[in-house]
Design a protein around this ligand. Sequence first.
Ligand SMILES: [Ca+2]
Ligand SMILES: [Ca+2]
Length: 179
Amino acid sequence: MNINYAANEALRPLFNAVDLDKSGKITHNELQKVLTMPGSELQGGSFSERCAKRLVKMFDRNGNGSVDFEEYSALHQYLIQMKAGFESVDTNKSGKVEFNEVTITLSRVGFNFSPQIVQKLFKLFDFQNKGSLDFDGYIELCAFLGLMRAQFIPRDANYSGQAMFTWEQFIQACMEAYM
Ligand SMILES: [Ca+2]
Ligand SMILES: [Ca+2]
């Protein structure tokens, strides 16, 4: 995924509407407001604090714990792409991603997991035990797999599906995915 940190002025009104104290940056709580705003192109319903925190962490390039306008421009672009992905995975158009939709998608992108592992992964991100993932759970599932894959691939030189980690590298990989 190509992430572009250039300011997107079209997003300025949205950013300003959420940045109530005009600090030029938004916190994860303010980001939650963007994502739950009625009529938002991104999401109309609820959005977990946990996922908002993860998104801030992913796009907080300068590490100040919040998202400035350039960082938000990149984050917004990412969310638009994620939303399109979510909608294409939601083949029965229920507005949620059910277990069978996750199973089909994972195998389509080449993750050949056993049904038991897919079940565990699904449960991990089905935060309210609803039997389906909302947009936030879907984002976290994708982010988790992306982070773990980024740790695994460089250590699996011949794409054998097996990688060699030192103890320290393994801890490092786990920390990447944990927050
Ligand atoms: Ca920042
Ligand atoms: Ca669905």
